[in-house]
Design a binder for this molecule. Structure first.
Ligand code: ATP
Ligand code: MG
Length: 394
């Protein structure tokens, strides 16, 4: 073993009392995600270390790139903490690189190491200058920045910086229930919520035969993409057909969407309670459509006392799409299958709905039992990250 993955926690390091809880959750998440790789994971207050087999490095990088709570990581060379070994390795690393300016930055965590950091910088810089032609030191903007961290037993030497996903480890917050449609916004909302550590379950409302099985498969595929950021996601599928048909049969057409969304929120509230969740999460974005004006949100939100988190509320569509591209959900989201919202969309949905009108319209049919039936008969699919198991489901 001459290299190691050196993980820095980032925002986690600002947590004081909870720090160990955050670090332990991250440690367990990494361990679980890498259970099929030949690795050894250790941790201390500032870093986590993964020893690995060279042939598995790319696989491991792909996995840890999606683990929240990792701010940055390095592929560091390890040598014994003695001057000769450090000099030899620093030269070897530099000789393998192309650069014209460089800087060595030594950090001496082991204060018993006899040479001070500044002196060590000079020693190592001199070795490089002597052995590689046509290069010079640039302390402000070096092309090659070699970091040398001297610990008690081992010294880490690295020159690369890999950005992690940031955020908090999934599981540091309890369960949030994501309203997941096949659209662009809700997978992004789920990703952003997980980034804050939220444990995610997803709920999809379908209205077969008005919506197709292809539309459902699209949501399953989106859930699968999201599950790469956690270990598994439970996807609850709600049969929304009877409720949706009743709304369109009984209620004023311009209020149908408002009422439909209030019914969804009522069901979400019941599901949050049934599955011990804490919040509803969705992909609403202020002003994007008639049901997402602040007036609409107010009237729709009035049916629940559960907090509704809207991670993309203040983002532009283009900003949301950028994230969707990054998390690889965009291509699935833009597949042209109908959603239960789009099938029944009225020509002129109300932009500023009135609460008393909504209540009058909703009184035209007995919905409570229908809502209970929808929750009782929901189907749950557990979406694993492992490709093989996932394809067995299809
Ligand atoms: P998206 O692109 O996420 O589908 P949208 O722009 O289509 O959003 P709406 O259809 O009004 O907007 O829905 C707003 C939010 O309501 C969605 O982001 C999603 O969280 C939730 N939602 C809408 N339809 C469904 C559905 N069929 N099942 C679950 N959640 C839904
Ligand atoms: Mg939608």
């Amino acid at each position: 073993m001459d290299r190691i993955i050196l993980i820095k926690y980032g925002e986690l390091s600002t947590k004081k009392g909870n720090r160990n809880y955050f670090i332990n959750t991250l440690y367990n998440n990494i361990k679980k995600k890498l259970e099929n790789c030949d690795v050894k994971i250790t941790k201390d207050r500032a870093h986590m270390y993964i020893s690995f087999k060279n042939e598995e490095l790319d696989t491991i990088k792909n996995i840890i790139d999606k683990i929240f709570g990792i701010h940055m990581y390095h592929i560091a060379h390890i040598v014994n903490s003695d001057e000769e070994s450090i000099k030899k390795k620093v030269l070897e690393i530099s000789q393998a690189k192309t650069f014209s300016t460089f800087k060595v930055e030594t950090k001496r965590s082991d204060k018993n190491f006899p040479i001070h950091s500044t002196e060590m910088n000079n020693i190592l810089g001199t070795v490089i200058l002597k052995n590689i032609p046509n290069i010079k030191v640039d302390v402000h903007k070096p092309e090659l920045l070699l970091k040398v961290e001297i610990r008690e037993k081992n010294t880490f030497i690295y020159s690369d910086n890999y950005l992690g996903s940031g955020g908090y480890p999934v599981g540091t917050q309890p369960k949030g229930m994501l309203m997941l449609s096949g659209g662009i916004d809700s997978p992004v909302a789920g990703y952003l919520a997980m980034k804050r550590g939220v444990t995610l379950e997803a709920v999809y409302f379908e209205a077969i035969p008005h919506t197709s099985l292809e539309a459902r498969n699209k949501v399953i595929k989106l859930t699968e993409k999201l599950s790469a950021y956690t270990d598994k996601i439970d996807l609850h599928i709600i049969n929304f057909t009877p409720i949706q048909e009743a709304i369109y049969k009984n209620c004023r057409s311009d209020y149908c969407i408002t009422i439909m969304r209030r019914m969804m929120y009522r069901i979400m509230t019941m599901i949050v309670k049934k599955y011990n969740g804490y919040v509803i999460i969705n992909g609403e974005s202020i002003g994007q459509v008639a049901s997402q004006t602040l007036t609409s949100m107010n009237v729709i939100n009035a049916v629940t006392n559960i907090p509704v988190i809207r991670p993309v509320a203040c983002l532009d569509k283009l900003e949301i799409m950028d994230i969707a591209r990054k998390i690889d959900t965009l291509d699935i989201s833009i597949l042209p299958y109908e959603d239960c919202c789009t099938v029944f969309v009225p020509k002129h949905p109300v932009i500023n709905p009135k609460l008393d009108t909504v209540i009058k319209e909703e009184a035209k049919f007995a919905y409570q039992e229908m809502l209970e039936e929808a929750v009782e008969t929901l189907n749950t699919i557990v979406i694993p990250t492992i490709e093989k198991e996932f394809s067995d489901l299809l």
